[in-house]
Design a protein. Sequence first.
Length: 130
Amino acid sequence: MKIYNNLNINKKHQRSVVAIGNFDGIHLGHQKVINQAKQKAKKKKLPFGIMTLEPVPVMFLNQKIKNHRINSLDQKKSQLKKIKLDFLIIIKFNKFFSSLSAEQFIEKIIYKKVKCKLLYVSKNLHLTFL
């Protein structure tokens, strides 16, 4: 599994299927999104990857919350490796990123940088925090 800590995505991982989410503790909802995306990638013969945010947005947006996570980043990586991803994109959630509108996120990050062909998200993903 290739890990990207920036948005310089290798061409072989572009035009892929990407699932986006915190994926903190891979619960049944996460598993459903991941499995659907992975199956679509296999069917279409495309690379499969996950995009996640670090730190967890709620911890960045509310400095009083010191630990709002189930797993550390290293534990999350370890769990995701077991899923046999082709790649993992870890986006640094910071002041710049948090100031993006949903439209800017889609255009600047998803369309221009990640360049994925299909994007899977859970029903409770909210881009309003961007």
